[in-house]
Design a protein around this ligand. Structure first.
Ligand SMILES: *Cc1c(COP(=O)(O)O)cnc(C)c1O
Length: 392
């Protein structure tokens, strides 16, 4: 394989699409002198609430999805040591947040086709200590929320949805994040709406969201904006031991314009997804499951499977070749039981979760940024073809 032409820049995986509006808003924010949590966060929360069909009291901006997951679990008031069932095919933050909340993560394997947590595996994982289910809408495809909510009702469990991939996701006409008690979103640089670092927690119960908001700012009952605004100084009271998880106006300045373009970016990713489906179908790769008629897929990740027997090369060789040929890729995810910390602390073994383990060892995410030009997409497709060619 010849090295990449020096004139062709490396195609970065999941580069954010930052436009002049975001740059101007960040500059205006800096010039306003108000960088911390203030009017831009309030506007971003209000816009996000509208997008999700909620009121502003049902959303709270935070500084990451990890923070959103953590404060949700604290606000859910689960007794220490309670078990929370989640998927092995997720980012480590999902499980770390459970541990930080003093709870015990329990894994239920994924469906091999949808790559989402399997409701039957959830049922099988329930014990007398189970108190919550934490489904992840993987790659932007909704979990089977009707079955998951039925299990939750039957066993009186809290449901916290990890919507880090799923801002645009719907299941049977209803938005992801609005089924459970809490929905947690990420605005990290690779996600569908970007604020740099950032997150949002949403919920049907405004009192629980108010608690999450308090927990995200030291446990103080009034935020600094209200304290120092022109309405005059007001004392705050610390009502519980909170965290430092608030979103800044600087972050919201980016998010406001990203959110305004969320639908056009979604349409562009869907277009790219459809091209990949068409052009990669004849290759030896396994392609991601298509969206069913009863769902809206967020098209966050386009994950192909490199099966060594079928493709003639293993996943890591494919990754190396793509990289050498100048196209960045990702892995979402090596299943969590592959990591030594969880093996040691929780006794997890990859072979207990065969579907997630196999997917984690075969999966590769191709670039799916709305910023990709048609020529970039052609290049990804051609590069996949070259990477799969038998070695000369
Ligand atoms: C990115 C991600 C998170 C963490 O989001 P942050 O905003 O970076 O904290 C959690 N869960 C999943 C599935 C993610 O992809």
């Amino acid at each position: 394989m010849s090295p990449v032409d020096a004139r062709t820049p490396f195609l970065v995986f999941a580069a954010p699409d930052i436009q002049e509006e975001e740059i101007a808003e960040v500059e205006a924010c800096l010039r306003s002198g108000w960088l911390g949590t203030g009017p831009r966060v309030a506007r971003f929360e209000a816009d996000f609430a509208v997008y999700q069909g909620l009121t502003p009291s049902q959303v709270a901006g935070v500084n990451s999805c990890t923070a959103a997951l953590h404060v949700s679990m604290v606000a859910a008031d689960l007794e220490p040591g309670s078990e929370v069932i989640t998927t092995p095919l997720t980012f480590c933050a999902t499980v770390n947040a459970i541990l930080h909340a003093g709870l015990v993560p329990v894994l239920a394997d994924v469906d091999p086709l949808t790559q989402n947590i399997d409701p039957e595996a959830i049922e099988a994982a329930i014990t007398p200590r189970t108190r919550a289910i934490l489904p992840v809408h993987f790659a932007g495809r909704p979990c089977e929320m009707d079955r998951i909510m039925a299990i939750a009702r039957k066993h009186d469990l809290v449901v916290i949805e990890d919507c880090a991939h799923a801002i645009e996701t719907e299941f049977r006409g209803r938005k992801a994040g609005t089924f459970g008690d809490f929905g947690c979103f990420s605005f990290y640089v690779t996600k569908n709406v970007v604020t740099g670092e950032g997150g949002m927690v949403i919920g049907q119960d405004a009192a629980k969201i108010a608690r999450a908001r308090t927990l995200a700012l030291h446990g103080m009952n009034k935020d600094a904006w209200h304290r120092f605004s022109d309405k005059g100084y007001r004392h705050y009271q610390v009502v519980e031991c909170g965290f430092k998880y608030n979103m800044m106006d600087l972050q919201a300045a980016i998010g406001l314009h990203q959110l305004a373009r969320v639908e056009s970016a979604w349409r562009r990713r869907r277009e790219i997804w459809q091209r990949y489906d068409l052009e990669l179908d004849p290759t030896a790769l396994g392609l991601p499951a298509s969206a069913n008629a009863d769902m809206r897929h967020a098209y966050h990740l386009y994950t192909v499977m490199v099966n060594g027997t079928r493709a003639g090369i293993n996943r890591d060789t494919f990754l190396d070749r793509m990289n050498q040929l100048g196209v960045g890729t990702g892995v979402h995810y090596l299943s969590l039981p592959e990591h030594p910390y969880y093996q040691q602390r929780l006794g997890w073994h990859p072979e207990h979760y065969p579907n997630a383990t196999r997917i984690g060892r075969e999966t590769v995410s191709l670039p799916l940024s709305p910023k990709l030009t048609d020529a970039d997409v052609d290049r990804v497709i051609a590069t996949v073809g070259r990477a799969l060619e038998p070695a000369a």
